[in-house]
Unconditional design. Structure first.
Length: 131
């Protein structure tokens, strides 16, 4: 079972670790205890939770932008057919959808709960998996 520490889950959801702890304490986000006694969030449960988060009511204004933007997040959904795959990634308040070959999705091991980074340039989205 893949798990994320509270701080990692917070980073992927774009919130503070205290917010994740409050969600866990209230029962909104289920956690498990690791062997060392620390709380962690199951990757599949985090993906489900991220997919159900509402859009934030107010977006921050853009101050700077680059030619290439990176969105670190968690895969929430993967749809595959014989040739193509549709991959949805929740990166904080951003939902990013990428269309790629099924072979690429399989090689990256993309599935709900997997941490990934979407690199966006123009109309193309490339999904990368960090080490």
């Amino acid at each position: 079972m893949t798990t994320y520490r509270i701080g990692e889950a917070a980073e992927l959801l774009g919130v503070s670790a205290d917010t994740v702890r409050r969600w866990a304490d209230s029962g909104r986000l289920p956690t498990v205890r690791e062997a060392n006694g620390h709380r962690a969030v199951d990757a599949a449960a985090l993906a489900k939770f991220a997919a159900e988060l509402p859009d934030p009511p107010v977006r921050r204004p853009i101050i700077r932008e680059s030619a290439r933007n990176h969105f670190a997040g968690i895969v929430t959904r993967v749809l595959k057919d014989g040739v193509m795959a549709q991959v949805e990634l929740q990166a904080g308040p951003h939902r990013v959808v990428s269309l790629m070959s099924r072979e690429a999705a399989d090689e990256l091991g993309l599935a709900p709960g997997v941490r990934a980074v979407a690199s966006v340039k123009a109309t193309n989205v490339v999904v990368e998996v960090p080490e």
